[in-house]
Each structure stands twice: as structure tokens, then as C-alpha cells.
Design a protein around this ligand. Structure first.
Ligand SMILES: *Cc1c(COP(=O)(O)O)cnc(C)c1O
Length: 485
């Protein structure tokens, strides 16, 4: 096997700190006491937890080694489809860490938090501009939370019109969180199947849309990485029956500043700031899922909202039809500041360029690998492309085998077995932040793996061979994790 990036060598084992400690070791030394000793209270000197004694270098090596078992965007390419694992410029992190922002208490009166409130106010305006919608809430803490907020807004809208509806249309190419959100809001999801091009046909929506249906919840670009080209006519049909068009905008990275969703019929849309707008994610850290809406849905947005009066900013609760609060305080401010900093440092031209490059990179991979892997839909894609293991069937090699083997070549595997509409799916999203050289190495690795599938399939069944742990029983690994390394 050819080495593509540094994938072998010093992966060091590391015991638990308790196993590593030796009585009497010390991580610091204090200067000698120059005052009288004084007996402490018994409560302070009694039996404490049995912390191990460690030297400074013990501790530094311990945590550094653990960090080296991890893989992130700062380590290498992370082409996890649907997740937009792009590199986030460090400057945005720096702005969010400025003490004026990071140290501000969320209960500060507005007179003392004008800077933060202004950033929130302007960020809402930028997101409205980018999506072509009219009003924005920054409260939701993640994409799925944004979906729930958006659905609650739709629910409140129908209730306010005097007739609650019982169903919602959800395409088979929607993200899995979409039907879950609809169910949480007590809507029954009606699945609409995509056509042979991987998108929704106008007829399939017309067939099922009726006046007991609250609207449609679609993902655009959808989870096949394809743009819903019929969205305008679909929106017309939904609107003609009094429904609302919800767009899951977590895939906005493909169309920033290029498609104004508000102009093509979308009424509500959530964004994932932690995917598109420069917050690293994947470790369960804070996210942000703003919801953008058209004017007629604005009264239902969560409170408080940031308002401006004569150049001063304050929080207002004066929205009697609001669905209420969906998150503590202002939401995840740090993520908002990173998004603000990203948008301001990129500007309109470079946001568009980022999306264009994300689309170009995905199409480059699609074209380069389509002789190696079966391409589910052979048409131009947006920010991600979906293959399957169809061509490797005869070699008895599966998507999982190839994904695991990719780790031996030094790449994080792509998303596998999702979307469900493609059997054995391999969903690759390179993002705009990968260089052509790195993408070429990734393509080369996949070609080498497809060769191995023909010549030595057993090698792939055993993969990964070079990682710290070999192939795990994933169910047991998730349910009974072994935390001792
Ligand atoms: C990631 C994603 C979500 C969910 O976002 P979270 O922040 O993980 O809750 C929803 N829809 C799509 C299309 C996504 O890619």
C-alpha cells in the first residue's frame, strides 16, 4: 500500500492517570513558606478524593497523547457528507474569544451590552439578506433545534388562523431530523418520493397536498446533494392550499449568496451556523441554528428579539403571538460572533466564491471517481456527491469495508449508508477548504482501495489495519464503551 499522508508510526499507548501516578510525584513547586503555619479546619483537611500524584510532564504527555488519538479538520480532510466539515479560519475563533464578548454576563442590562446586541442585530440582517427572507431568530442551539422552532412557528401560524392541520409532507431525500421534528410537533409526516433524477416532481407533491396539510418540509440542496429544481412550482402548489414551505437550510454551503430561498417560495428556513459559518463541530460543542422567516411569520418568532431605536439596541418581549423562548439567554453567542466575523471577513463576493468552490470540488470528485464507484445519480451535484458499493458487489466488498480502509490511507471516512434512498450509500462532501492536491490524494486512495477490493478483498474485510483499534463491533462500542484506552 502506498503511503498517502503520514499514517504510520508513533501512535502511543496511554494508561489512565490513576494507573500512571506514583506517590510523591509533584506537578508544581511552591516557594518555601515565610509565615507561621496555621492549623486548618478539620473539614478542609479530612479524606479527599484519591487523586493520583503526577509530574507536569506526565500530565502534558497524557493529554497530548489522547488528543493525538483524535481526528479533526485541523488534522486532515474530513469529507463527511451532509456535515460540512470545513476548515474554520482561526481569526473567527479569536474574535469570539475577545474578553468583552467572552466575559460578558448574559444578564447585563442592555446599556452595558450594546456591542453584543448590535452584532446579533446585524447578524440577523446578514442572514436575512443571504437567505432572501425577512426576519431571523438566533436563539436555537442547533439545526434540529432550529427545525423544531420553525415547525412551532408554522404550528402557531395555523392555530392563529383558526384551523390546525394534522399532516406535513416530507420527501424521502429530507434529513432524518425532519420527520422527527414534525412528529414532535404532533404532525403526521407524509413521505413524498423523489423521482428518477433524485429530486421532487411537481406531480408527486400535487397528488398529496391538501387543506389538512400544514406544509412541506424539504431539504435543499437535498441529501443527495441535488438542487430541488422544481421548488418554485412545488411552493405554488403548497401555498395554493394554504400551506407553508419549510426549507432545511443546513446545506446552505452550496448556495451562499447565490440562491435567495425567499425568492423561490420558501417561507421558513433554518441554517446551521456551525456547518456553514465557521464554527468547528462534531464534538458536541455549542452550535447555532437560526431560523429565517417571511414577514407573515415574523410575529410568531421566539422572544426576546433584538430591536434598534435611534442607534441603541435592546431586547424586546413585546410580541404577543410569539411562541416564547426556546433557549436560555441570547442563544450561543460565541457561535454567532464567529459567524458574524466570518461573514464580515469574507464579504458577499467571497461567500459566493466559497459556495462555488464547494460545488466545484464535489463535482470534481464525482467525475474522478465515477468509473471506480457506482454513481447513484449521474448529473451535476451541488456540494456533495453520492456513490454506492454496487460495483464492488461481485468482490464481496461493502461500503463499510471501503470506509474503514480509507482510515489506513489517512482520511476520515465519508458518510455511509445515508441517505437511505441509495442502497450502500457513500456520501462525500469535500467542502471548499480542501486544496486540489489533497482532493487528488483522496481520489487516489479510493482508486487504490477499489483495486484492493478486486485483488485482496480480505484485506478490506479486516480494515482498518493501521489505526489504534481495529474494526469494532459498532453496536457494542456505542452501548458499552471501553474508556480505558
Ligand atoms: C446536520 C443537519 C441537520 C441537523 O443539524 P444539527 O445541528 O446536528 O442538529 C439537519 N438537516 C441537515 C440537512 C443537516 O445536514
Amino acid at each position: 500500500m502506498k503511503e498517502l499522508i503520514g499514517t504510520t508510526g508513533l501512535i502511543l499507548n496511554e494508561p489512565l492517570l490513576w494507573e500512571k501516578g506514583k506517590k510523591g510525584r509533584c506537578g508544581y513547586s511552591l516557594p518555601g513558606r515565610d509565615v507561621e503555619s496555621f492549623p486548618l479546619d478539620n473539614e478542609l483537611t479530612g479524606e479527599g478524593p484519591d487523586f493520583p500524584d503526577l509530574s507536569e510532564v506526565d500530565v502534558v504527555r497524557h493529554y497530548t497523547r489522547l488528543s493525538q488519538w483524535n481526528f479533526g479538520v485541523d488534522t486532515g480532510m474530513y469529507p463527511l457528507g451532509s456535515c460540512t466539515m470545513k476548515y474554520s479560519p482561526k481569526t473567527n475563533e479569536r474574535q469570539a474569544g475577545l474578553s468583552g464578548f467572552a466575559g460578558a454576563h448574559p444578564l447585563l442590562p442592555s446599556d452595558f451590552s450594546q456591542g453584543t446586541l448590535r452584532i446579533m442585530f446585524e447578524l440577523e440582517q446578514y442572514l436575512a439578506e443571504i437567505t432572501g427572507l425577512d426576519a431571523v431568530t438566533l436563539q436555537p442551539a442547533a439545526g434540529a433545534h432550529g427545525e423544531l422552532t420553525g415547525m412551532l412557528v408554522i404550528h402557531a401560524y395555523h392555530k392563529n388562523r383558526g384551523a390546525q392541520r394534522s399532516k406535513i409532507l416530507v420527501p424521502d431525500t429530507a434529513h432524518g431530523t425532519n420527520p422527527a421534528t414534525a412528529t414532535l410537533c404532533n404532525y403526521r409526516s407524509i413521505q413524498v418520493n423523489s423521482n428518477e433524477d433524485g429530486i421532487l416532481s411537481v406531480e408527486s407533491v400535487a397528488d398529496v397536498m391538501d387543506e389538512d396539510t400544514a406544509g412541506i418540509m424539504l431539504t435543499n440542496p437535498n441529501t443527495l446533494g441535488l438542487f430541488e429544481e422544481n421548488i418554485r412550482q412545488i411552493a405554488e402548489i403548497v401555498h395554493s392550499k394554504g400551506g407553508i414551505v419549510y426549507c432545511d437550510g443546513a446545506n446552505l454551503n452550496a448556495v451562499m449568496g447565490i440562491v435567495k430561498m425567499g425568492k423561490i417560495g420558501v417561507d421558513v428556513m433554518h441554517l446551521n451556523l456551525h456547518k456553514t459559518f465557521s464554527t468547528p463541530h462534531g464534538g458536541g460543542g455549542p452550535g447555532s441554528g437560526p431560523v429565517c422567516v417571511k414577514k407573515h411569520l415574523e410575529p410568531f418568532l421566539p422572544v426576546p428579539r433584538v430591536v434598534e431605536e435611534e442607534g441603541r439596541f435592546r431586547l424586546s418581549y413585546n410580541y404577543p403571538q410569539s411562541i416564547g423562548k426556546v433557549q436560555a439567554f441570547h442563544g450561543n453567542i460565541g457561535v454567532m460572533i464567529k459567524a458574524y466575523s466570518y461573514i464580515r471577513s469574507m464579504g458577499p463576493k467571497d461567500l459566493k466564491k466559497a459556495s462555488r468552490l464547494a460545488v466545484l470540488n464535489a463535482n470534481y470528485i464525482k467525475e474522478s471517481l465515477k468509473d471506480t464507484l457506482h454513481l447513484a445519480y449521474d448529473r451535476p451535484c451541488m456540494h456533495e456527491c453520492v456513490f454506492s458499493d454496487e460495483k464492488q458487489k461481485d468482490d464481496n466488498v461493502t461500503t463499510l469495508d471501503m470506509a474503514k480502509r480509507l482510515m489506513d490511507y489517512g482520511f476520515h471516512p465519508p458518510t455511509v449508508y445515508f441517505p437511505l434512498v441509495v442502497h450502500g450509500a457513500i456520501m462525500i462532501e469535500p467542502t471548499e477548504t480542501e486544496s486540489k492536491e489533497d482532493i487528488d490524494k483522496f481520489i487516489e486512495a479510493f482508486k487504490a482501495i477499489a483495486n484492493e477490493a478486486k485483488e485482496n478483498p480480505d484485506l478490506l474485510h479486516d480494515a482498518p489495519c493501521k489505526s489504534k483499534v481495529r474494526r469494532l463491533d459498532e453496536v457494542s462500542a456505542a452501548r458499552k464503551p471501553c474508556l480505558t484506552g
